[in-house]
Design a protein around this ligand. Structure first.
Ligand code: 13P
Length: 249
């Protein structure tokens, strides 16, 4: 079912005390019923965060995981480990993971499979770099990322996917894609999903936008028919800003 979703990707920010402090602030807020709210703290704070928001309308999700079941992968965390601390959703393919940690499309296809085998949902991120957009190749780049990392799933599996379009040039730069640029890609992606699966699947998938979403621009971005919410970086670290975005629908 297509949902409005606002997810805060905290990236490598907030130690345990800061995590709890931010969660306390969020817990005091009223979460509107038409929005699913998620936060993604660092691995070390996931279990605490999960316990802290238990019973509240805030879902704690992970920022990444390894594709293997278990084994000699020093420093990595498995799906089963995430599940064991209450985590049912994982962000996969964030551009920072793609750029700095070798999350290729092929690796991401494996990670997606592992998430689904463990009954998890995945927030699958994709998006072009500035150079791609300058060359007018944003649609091809996005298509390749989806085809190579995600569209091998069957229709039933795909129901566990949330999409997140994050143009790399708009992440942490203060430069937001215009509402039209976001809508153009989102509509294109929804068509791609319709041709890979069906109109019903395409209608039901949530497609989030990420990249310098702030309280001041969230409303006009979310107003687009194919934008179903946001994946928020910097502004998610401040409870008031994050809640203003949550309330922007
Ligand atoms: P900013 O909101 O800081 O641009 O980050 C977006 C992002 O990468 C969310 O995953």
């Amino acid at each position: 079912m297509r949902r409005n979703i606002v997810a805060g990707n905290w990236k490598m920010n907030n130690n345990l005390l800061q995590t709890e402090a931010l969660l306390q602030e969020l817990k005091m807020q009223v979460i509107p019923e038409n929005v699913t709210v998620m936060v993604a703290p660092a691995y070390t704070n996931l279990y605490h965060a999960f316990e802290s928001v238990r019973g509240q309308a805030i879902e704690v999700v992970a920022q990444n995981m390894h594709q293997s079941k278990n084994g000699a992968y020093t420093g990595e965390v498995s799906a089963e480990m995430l599940k064991s601390v209450g985590i049912d959703t994982v962000i996969l393919g964030h551009s920072e993971r793609r750029a700095y940690f070798n999350d290729t499309n092929a690796v991401l296809a494996e990670k997606v499979n592992t998430a689904l085998e463990n009954d998890m949902q995945a927030i699958f991120c994709f998006g072009e770099e500035l150079e791609d957009r300058k060359q007018g190749e944003q649609f091809e780049v996005v298509k390749a990322q989806l085809e190579q990392g995600l569209l091998h799933l069957n229709e039933e599996q795909f129901k566990n996917i949330i999409l997140a379009y994050e143009p790399v040039w708009a992440i942490g730069t203060g430069e937001t894609a215009s509402p039209e640029q976001a809508q153009d890609i989102h509509a294109y992606v929804r068509k791609l999903i319709a041709s890979a699966y069906s109109d019903t699947v395409a209608e039901n998938v949530s497609i989030l936008y990420g990249g310098s979403v702030k309280p001041g621009n969230a409303k006009e971005i979310f107003a687009n028919p194919d934008v179903d919410g946001g994946l928020i970086g910097g502004a998610a670290l401040n409870a008031n800003d994050f809640m203003a975005i949550v309330n922007a629908f």
